[in-house]
Write a protein that binds this ligand. Structure first.
Ligand SMILES: NCc1[nH]cc(CCC(=O)O)c1CC(=O)O
Length: 294
């Protein structure tokens, strides 16, 4: 998936800035290597920290990240900035199963592979008949585990399946109402050193202004909420007509039985992110988040 993402960036750069020569430097991050729960890996940024270090050290000049994997509770690493967010891919999650039945039609006790606390909570809330089974690894290896019968179905991001060239594996695309997406879903961010004007300028040509505002609002929500690796938080911003922006945020208990929800609109992404976070905090989000073991 990461290599497909880099190729998209190279392709777009070749159109906008054909003068820029690129070389791919591939990384395996600790998040890729670790097969257990991400919360046991110690700290956040499992998919980003090795790349952050390489960027700051000058071993690479540009990092391509899924924004959903970039920690939102803290500032980005010192000396780095996001130069652009690319046009957004599908933000929804998909069900994959060999039988071809919808999530609501899966039989009682069906094992659905996912380790994401956000997906587990919403499965518990909307589809209590199924059982969430911890499953990690990249999308290709999860599909292989499904094919080997380790689980009966998978939940994966539509965008991820499209990026690895496997969209035909999708059985059902879940609406954002039953499976609210994570902050930054479907957004690729381009991160540079803050003082590298040439790369900042070149990467900046690939940015989508609406996605910039949506991502800013979503990440401000996450920043104010100060979640941790076990807190099921979901939300997404939508650019509306006339420069207006809407943002929905949801915080769940791990079993999905409790849900807090807020929805606001504003012209300013930062104001919007703070407003939705405050609305959730007024409903008790702090106690809900901090009460979950982590
Ligand atoms: N945690 C892995 C990861 N990071 C980003 C995506 C999907 C693509 C995206 O939303 O940007 C995925 C796979 C998945 O959730 O199925």
């Amino acid at each position: 998936m990461a290599l497909a993402q880099v190729e998209r960036v190279r392709g777009e750069l070749a159109v906008k800035r054909p003068d820029v020569v690129t070389e791919v430097v591939a990384f395996t991050t600790s998040g890729d290597r670790w097969a257990g729960a991400l919360s046991e890996l110690g700290g956040k940024g499992a998919f980003t920290k090795e790349i952050d270090r390489a960027l700051v050290d000058g071993r690479i000049d540009l990092a391509v990240h899924c924004m959903k994997d970039v920690p939102g509770d803290r500032p980005v690493p010192a000396g780095t900035v996001f130069a652009a967010y690319l046009a957004r891919d599908d933000i929804r999650d998909a069900l994959v199963n060999p039988v071809g039945v919808r999530l609501a039609e899966l039989p009682a006790g069906a094992r659905v592979g996912t380790s994401a606390v956000r997906r587990v909570a919403q499965l518990g809330r909307e589809f209590p008949q199924v059982e969430a089974v911890p499953l990690r690894g990249n999308a290709n290896s999860r599909l292989a585990k499904l094919d080997a019968g380790e689980v009966d179905a998978l939940l994966l991001a539509v965008s991820g399946l499209e990026r690895i060239g496997q969209p035909e594996r999708i059985t059902e695309v879940l609406s954002v109402d039953v499976m609210c997406p994570p902050i930054g879903a479907g957004v690729l961010g381009l991160q540079c050193r803050a003082d590298d004007v040439a790369t900042l300028e070149a990467a900046g040509t690939l940015g989508d202004p609406d996605v910039w505002r949506e991502t800013a609002a979503e990440r401000m929500l996450l920043h104010v909420l100060q979640g941790h690796c076990n807190s099921p938080i979901a939300g997404y911003a939508v650019s509306e007509a006339g420069g207006r922006l809407s943002l929905r945020g949801r915080v769940f208990s791990p079993d999905g039985k409790r849900v807090l929800e807020a929805f606001e609109t504003d012209d300013d992404p930062v104001t919007l992110g703070v407003a939705v976070a405050l609305a959730l905090l007024r409903q008790g989000a702090r106690g809900l988040i901090d009460g979950i073991p982590h």
